[in-house]
Design a protein around this ligand. Structure first.
Ligand SMILES: Cc1ncc(COP(=O)(O)O)c(C=O)c1O
Length: 433
């Protein structure tokens, strides 16, 4: 960092402060993680300089030999990782992956089923403030109040009633396995396309700790920066190319021969220009890391940690939506603890524990207040923490929440958080101070 320190000390100090924050706090936001230094090196590397509109072998710019190599490698590694026949690594984010996938399979105004945002879905699954809700006719399905799991009876009824052209499964705050096989059965009954958004469990799926969507879904989208522990970005995959009843999307097909070409053209030129080649090279690095046996050890530990955190909190009287977790996500309803999600987020942050407020299914509070928080274990697991540390973290969370106006206690816990973080160092050599 010496160049930056000398040339722009202002932004250097800001980056340094963010590093200290990441180092000295417990990161429990379920969608965040810490990449390896190698991923960061690639993401901050020379490929940030290169324009490469197009795809390997078919670019609109010269000088693309090496970016072609990086993109081909990223694709091939992702194919191996997920067992996919087709991969597009260019989407700048998960939202753009979703936009390109939806634009491939749908025409404006088409009907789509997606999980309600307040029941664990994502903005791009039909929220009225998002392109998805504005361009398409989204109908929401829900989880059951008693179980916190997808209400497949409702999904079936809605599918029969609305005959959706596409069904999306997956979400941002769904702690249980996504049951791709059950969604497939329903999609087959109504002749709908099935799209899986695996942004959250992608790393668990890549390592076989969560069931795979690859043989059930027509198209799969993901982010690369959550459990997959890569750089911030998106990706689109298909298990098989061209096996879909693609006459349904033929009016949009133009000159393309198969669906993969259509997806490629929806990403670029459809919704993006030049790919972020530095990020694509960093994706390649992350995929290689995820292919190593040690990654499976890591993802198993993520889930073991989440289960321990959930069961310890349960033993302290917390209501965990769905009664536990199969993944890295824990959704906690704080109603019986007489604190809102917003206040819980704030007082935990004062102690150096970062979580996010989150609506719980059937929440009576607004998205700005919420009755719950979402907690996740990918980042603390990357630091090396295990079940014993999860028990300590659950103790700390509880001590703060039951006494959230006690600033003295919160300050004490902040010191304990710092000590715990010191025992699990982060990016030791990134900054010298
Ligand atoms: C299920 C799901 N899909 C898509 C996205 C969007 O990803 P991004 O923030 O990269 O646009 C997210 C991000 O939180 C997500 O959880």
């Amino acid at each position: 960092m010496t160049f930056l320190q000398n040339s722009d000390s202002t932004i250097y100090e800001i980056l340094h402060s963010e590093y200290v924050r990441e180092r000295d706090t417990l990161e429990l936001i379920a969608s965040e993680n810490f990449t390896s230094p190698s991923v960061m090196e690639a993401a901050g590397g020379v490929m940030t300089n290169k324009y490469a509109e197009g795809y390997p072998g078919k670019r609109y710019y010269g000088g693309c030999d090496h970016v072609d190599e990086a993109e081909i490698l990223a694709r091939e590694r992702a194919k191996t990782l997920f067992g996919a026949e087709y991969v597009n690594v260019q989407p700048h984010s998960g939202s753009q992956a979703n936009m390109a996938a939806l634009m491939t399979f749908l025409n404006t105004g088409d009907t789509v089923l997606g999980l309600d945002l307040s029941h664990g879905g994502h903005l791009t699954h039909g929220s009225s403030v998002n392109f998805s809700g504005q361009l398409y006719n989204f109908v929401s399905y829900h989880v059951l109040e008693e179980t916190g799991r997808v209400d497949f009876k409702e999904v079936m009824e809605l599918a029969k009633e609305h005959k959706p052209k596409l069904i999306i499964c997956g979400g941002s705050a769904y702690p249980r396995f996504i049951e791709f096989d059950k969604f497939r059965e329903i999609a087959d009954k109504t002749g709908s396309f099935l799209m899986a958004d695996i942004a959250h469990p992608a790393g668990l799926i890549a390592s076989g700790v969560h069931p795979s969507p690859i043989s059930f879904c027509d198209v799969i989208t993901t982010t690369t920066h959550k459990t997959l522990r890569g750089p911030r970005g998106g990706m689109i995959m298909m298990g098989k190319d061209g096996e879909n009843p693609w006459n349904k999307i033929a009016p949009k097909s133009g000159r393309v021969k198969n669906i993969s070409e259509l997806i490629d053209s929806m990403v670029m030129p459809g919704i993006q220009g030049g790919p972020l080649m530095h990020i694509i090279s960093a994706k390649a690095v992350a995929f290689a890391e995820a292919l190593r046996p040690s990654f499976k050890v890591y993802t198993k530990q993520i889930v073991a940690n989440a289960k321990t955190l959930a069961s310890t909190l349960t033993s302290k009287g917390y209501k965990i939506i769905s009664g536990g977790t199969d993944t890295h996500v824990i959704l906690i309803d704080l109603t019986n603890k007489n604190i809102t999600g917003k206040s819980a987020e704030n007082c935990l942050e004062k102690a150096g524990i970062t979580v996010n407020k989150n609506m719980v299914p059937f929440d009576k509070k607004s998205p700005f207040i919420t009755s719950g928080i979402r907690v996740g274990t990918p980042a603390v697991t990357t630091r090396g923490m295990k079940e014993a540390q999860m028990e300590i973290i659950a103790e700390m969370i509880d001590s703060i929440i039951i006494d959230f106006e006690n600033d003295k206690k919160i300050n004490n816990i902040k010191n304990q958080v710092k000590e715990l973080c010191n025992d699990y160092p982060l990016y030791k050599d990134l900054f010298t101070t």
